[in-house]
Design a protein around this ligand. Structure first.
Ligand SMILES: C[S@@+](CC[C@H](N)C(=O)[O-])C[C@H]1O[C@@H](n2cnc3c(N)ncnc32)[C@H](O)[C@@H]1O
Length: 347
C-alpha cells in the first residue's frame, strides 16, 4: 500500500478508536449521573486544556507514524488491535458499570468475590484499582482490561506503549540475542510489540496477577513466534539472578505502587539488568513536566480509584533511579505518558 494511503488508514483507525472512547465515556457518564450520581466532586477541564490535550494526542500519533515509517517497528503494529475480543467483551464492559458505580459511591475499594484467592499478595495490591470488579484478580478483569484502557485513553494506549520501542531498539542494537524483561506485563501487549519489533529477543514477563498472565499467554501464543516466559512474581522481588537481562522495561506500573514499592522495583530492575544495560519506564505524566494538566491529574485518582497516583505525580523517579545506581537518566513526555530511560554503568 502506498505510504499516503497507509497513513490515512492509520489516522482513520486512530480517529475511530478516539471517537469510540469519547462516545462511550460521554454516554456512560450520562447514565451514571441519571442512575447513580457520583458523590465525588470533579473539576471542569477548560476548553484551552482540551485543545492542548488534542494537540498532544496528534503529536503522539505523528511520532508513532514517523517511527513506523522509519522502520523502528513494522507498520503492521500500528493496526494491531484485538477486534474480536473488543466486540466480544464490550457488552461486559457496559454490564459491569452499575456495580462499579455502586462500589465507587460506597467507597468499597477492597471488594473481592468469595471465590477469589487473595492470599499472598502485598496489601497495597488488593484494591479495586479503577473500581475494577475483583481488582486484577479475575479472568473477567483480564478480559476487559485492554478495552477499558483503550476507552480511558481514547485509543492511544498502544501508541503510548510503543514509545519505549525506539530507545529499547537503540540500546539493543549490537546485542545478538538479548534478554528483555517486562515488569508488570499485564495482558502482554508490550511483550507482543517488542517481539514484533525485535524478533531475535528472548522475552520474559512478570506480573502479580495469574489471570492477567493467562491472558498474556493467550495473546502471545496466538502467533507462531517464540513464546515469552511468563512468571507470576512481585516486581519488588524478582525471581532472576543478578545481571541476567540486557534490558528491563515496565509500562503503567509505577503509578499503582506506593513510594517504597516504587523504589524496591527500581532496585530490583538495577539488580537483574547487566552492566551497560538499560531500564525503560513508561507511566503517567507528572506535575513537574505537565503543569497544564494539573486539573486532570487531580481528577484522575478521584474518578478512578488510584490510591498512589497523587504521590506518584510528585515523585522524583530520576532521583530514585540514581539512588539505585543508574546513570544517564533521560526523560520524554508524549500525550499523557512520561518515559525514563536509565543506564546501568558498564563495569
Ligand atoms: C495498569 S496495569 C499495566 C499492565 C501492562 N503493563 C500494560 O501496559 O497495560 C498494572 C499491572 O501491574 C501489575 N502489578 C501491580 N503491582 C505489581 C507488582 N508489585 N509486581 C508485579 N506486578 C504488579 C498488575 O497485576 C497489572 O497487571
Amino acid at each position: 500500500m502506498p505510504d499516503t494511503i497507509t497513513k490515512l488508514a492509520y489516522q482513520t483507525f486512530q480517529q475511530g478508536k478516539s471517537y469510540f472512547g469519547v462516545t462511550h465515556k460521554s454516554l456512560s457518564g450520562q447514565l451514571m449521573r441519571a442512575f447513580n450520581p457520583p458523590k465525588v466532586k470533579i473539576q471542569d477541564v477548560d476548553f484551552k486544556t482540551l485543545q492542548i490535550l488534542q494537540q498532544r494526542l496528534n503529536d503522539l500519533l505523528e511520532q508513532d507514524w514517523a517511527d513506523a515509517e522509519a522502520g523502528v517497528y513494522p507498520k503492521e503494529l500500528l493496526f494491531d488491535n484485538p477486534w474480536d475480543e473488543f466486540f466480544r467483551f464490550y457488552p461486559f464492559v457496559c454490564l459491569d458499570l452499575p456495580g462499579l458505580w455502586e462500589r465507587a459511591n460506597r467507597r468499597h475499594y477492597h471488594s473481592f468475590d468469595a471465590d477469589i484467592d487473595t492470599s499472598g499478595y502485598p496489601k497495597y495490591y488488593l484494591q479495586n484499582f479503577h473500581h475494577q470488579t475483583n481488582g486484577y484478580l479475575s479472568e473477567m478483569s483480564a478480559n476487559l482490561y485492554d478495552l477499558q484502557v483503550e476507552i480511558l485513553f481514547n485509543g492511544s494506549a498502544d501508541p503510548m506503549r510503543r514509545r519505549i520501542l525506539a530507545p529499547l531498539k537503540a540500546a539493543l542494537a549490537d546485542k545478538p540475542k538479548p534478554k528483555v524483561l517486562d515488569i508488570a506485563c499485564g495482558t502482554g501487549r508490550t511483550l507482543s510489540m517488542i517481539r514484533d519489533t525485535l524478533p531475535q529477543t528472548l522475552l520474559y514477563g512478570v506480573d502479580l496477577s495469574p489471570a492477567y498472565l493467562r491472558k498474556a499467554n493467550g495473546l502471545l501464543s496466538s502467533k507462531p513466534r517464540v513464546l515469552p516466559q511468563l512468571v507470576q512474581a512481585n516486581g519488588e522481588d524478582l525471581p532472576f539472578v543478578a545481571a541476567y537481562f540486557e534490558a528491563v522495561v515496565s509500562v503503567f506500573l509505577f503509578h499503582e505502587l506506593p513510594a517504597e514499592a516504587r523504589q524496591n522495583v527500581i532496585n530490583e530492575a538495577y539488580r537483574v539488568v547487566k552492566p551497560g544495560g538499560v531500564f525503560i519506564i513508561c507511566d503517567s505524566i507528572q506535575r513537574s513536566d505537565s503543569p497544564e494538566f494539573e486539573v486532570m491529574m487531580d481528577n484522575f485518582p478521584t474518578m478512578f480509584h488510584e490510591p498512589y497516583y497523587r504521590h506518584y505525580t510528585t515523585d522524583d523517579l530520576n532521583q530514585r533511579l540514581i539512588d539505585a545506581g543508574f546513570e544517564s537518566v533521560s526523560n520524554q513526555v508524549h500525550f499523557m505518558s512520561k518515559y525514563w530511560v536509565a543506564h546501568k554503568p558498564a563495569t
